[in-house]
Design a protein around this ligand. Structure first.
Ligand code: FAD
Length: 490
């Protein structure tokens, strides 16, 4: 009998096991397949490799502008496939997850098949062995929420892309959340004709509306057709073959009208659901709702000695949140504490073209009477002009009463890196005038935060004026990186 048994060897499970061991507990970890989880094996790492390839193609498209001449590079898909698999292996070699766990004296059961409860303190694995523990942390992650309609077996899940033999010439991507948008954007850069379908009224429906609008505009400029507000997919049929490749037709409705699109591949990125099916949760009195394990902010399930962390809780579906939840679940399980995680500050985004990044509250969620925001176009940044990447903007939101940073939403080059700075500022309770005075390196993309902060300071009357000028007129922008008449505030 161990003190703690962790189910799942992805970011949440590995972190939970290591933290529980660090706190002195005896720990076992069971993984049904290969350690590393969706993150390493078929999610973030392969996506990022493809995003890097797309990035290189975009950079190559600028070569001639900077006087670098030569034949136009093109994508060799078999080489990218190999690079993707090699990178996953390299990450495994670097992480040495099993050795790392075993060196911490954690007992590891890898390739153990689905662990399932036989009673509230015991799980059984494929070879019939039973594992018992005082506390259990469920970190089984999730899987693509497949849709069920005639022809749904002809679709591809995002996690299956890395095993494709060849790149399709055309693709319909269903679902315009983070994964769908990234895949659509990357495939478009690879030269695939892409249509992106979304049932909600806008792409990235949970992000700030300006971010959705910015990305939709960028997609349109690059020839990706975006259809939002569609009805459910009704059926997919094969209607022929071209050069030995099946041609598919996707049927759906738009408004009251039937609509259809043809493509060689249909990629369904319509959501994620917790891997709860194989666990036999009822034997442990653990409640799952809408496909995810129900937890409170201490990550405790409906059974007081059982915790859950990561995607299986359905709270954030992000790696950084999975390992933070893993740490917290371990501390609460081992120490009996009630440390809570409400995911208030979680910078996130996507490697689309251009990137987008977000942290904190959206403008729609902000208290209108208190929030003040500025939107600064990337075209104002000297660095954006130097790099030939002037597309995009940075929206910064702050509180009028406390002057604290509330959120940032960025579309543009290095957007994810830019919002991380705001995340650090929010955690440190930084105020907008402090951000405005920060001597951010020049010329950088992060410098846009200084422009946005100083614009808000001017709006809020936080800019010091000569005594006889106070209240006379709106202060002028004192900006080295100036471009007249572009920035807006609300
Ligand atoms: C295409 C794609 C791209 C993504 N890109 C990003 C990104 O760029 N950034 C980001 O933050 N997030 C990204 N994500 C999300 C990220 O992968 C997940 O949030 C993260 O992996 C969650 O970690 P986890 O430990 O909760 O689950 P997982 O990583 O899924 O690990 C769960 C593990 O539990 C095992 N398991 C499940 N059930 C059992 C059982 N009954 N018994 C034993 N073992 C079991 C599974 O085999 C798996 O190894 C992406 C996801 C996808 C699909």
């Amino acid at each position: 009998v161990w003190d703690v048994l962790v189910v799942g060897g992805g970011p949440a499970g590995v972190t939970a096991a290591l933290r529980a061991r660090e706190l002195g507990a005896s720990v076992a970890l069971v993984e049904r397949g290969r350690l590393g989880g969706t993150c390493t094996n078929d999610g973030c790492v392969p996506t990022r490799v493809w995003a890097k390839a797309a990035r290189l193609l975009r950079d190559a498209a600028q070569f001639a502008e900077y006087g670098i001449l030569g034949p136009e590079p093109r994508l060799d898909f078999p080489t990218l496939r190999q690079r993707t698999h090699e990178t996953v292996l390299r990450i495994h070699e670097k992480k040495q997850i099993r050795r790392h766990l075993e060196e911490a004296e954690i007992t590891v059961f890898e390739n153990a098949g689905d662990a399932h409860f036989v009673d509230e303190r015991t799980l059984q694995i494929e070879n019939g062995k039973t594992l018992s523990a005082e506390k259990i942390i469920l970190c089984g992650g999730g899987h693509a929420r497949g849709l069920s309609f005639p022809g749904s077996d002809l679709t591809i899940a995002p996690t299956q892309l890395w095993s494709l033999e060849a790149l399709p010439r055309s693709a319909v991507v269903v679902g315009a959340s983070a994964t769908g948008c990234q895949i659509a954007s990357i495939l478009n850069t690879f030269g695939v004709t892409v249509s992106l379908l979304e049932m909600e009224e806008r792409v990235l429906p949970r992000e700030d509306a300006t971010l959705s609008a910015g990305l939709t505009e960028a997609f349109a400029l690059r020839g990706t057709s975006v259809l939002t507000g569609i009805g459910p997919i009704e059926r997919i049929e094969r209607f022929g073959e071209e050069e030995n490749v099946a041609q598919l037709r996707v049927h759906f409705s738009q408004g009251d009208h039937p609509a259809s699109l043809s493509a060689e591949a249909v990629i369904v990125a319509t959501g994620w659901t917790g891997s709860v099916e194989g666990l036999n949760l009822s034997a442990a009195h653990v409640i799952a709702e809408k496909g995810y394990i129900r937890v409170d902010d201490s990550l405790r399930t409906s059974a007081p000695h059982i915790f859950a962390a990561g995607d299986i809780t359905g709270r954030m579906l992000l790696v950084q949140s999975a390992y933070e939840e893993g740490r917290i679940a371990a501390e609460n399980a081992v120490c009996g504490t009630e440390r809570q995680d409400t995911h208030r500050i979680v910078p996130h985004g996507g490697f689309t073209d251009p990137e987008y990044g977000s942290v904190g509250i959206t403008e729609a969620d902000a208290d209108r009477s208190d929030a003040v925001s500025a939107v600064v176009p990337y075209a104002d940044l000297d660095r954006a002009v130097i790099d030939g990447r002037t597309e995009g903007f940075c929206k910064l939101i702050v509180s009028r009463s406390t002057h604290r940073l509330l959120g940032a939403h960025v579309v543009g080059e290095q957007a994810l890196e830019v919002v991380q700075v705001i995340a650090a500022g929010m955690e440190a309770e930084m105020t907008v005038d402090h951000l405005a005075d920060l001597e951010l390196a020049y010329p950088t993309f992060t410098g846009i935060l200084g422009l946005a902060a100083r614009q808000i300071c001017r709006e809020m009357g936080l800019v010091r004026q000569a005594r006889d000028r106070v209240g006379l007129e709106h202060p002028r922008a004192t900006e080295w990186e100036h471009r007249a008449g572009t920035a807006t505030s609300t």
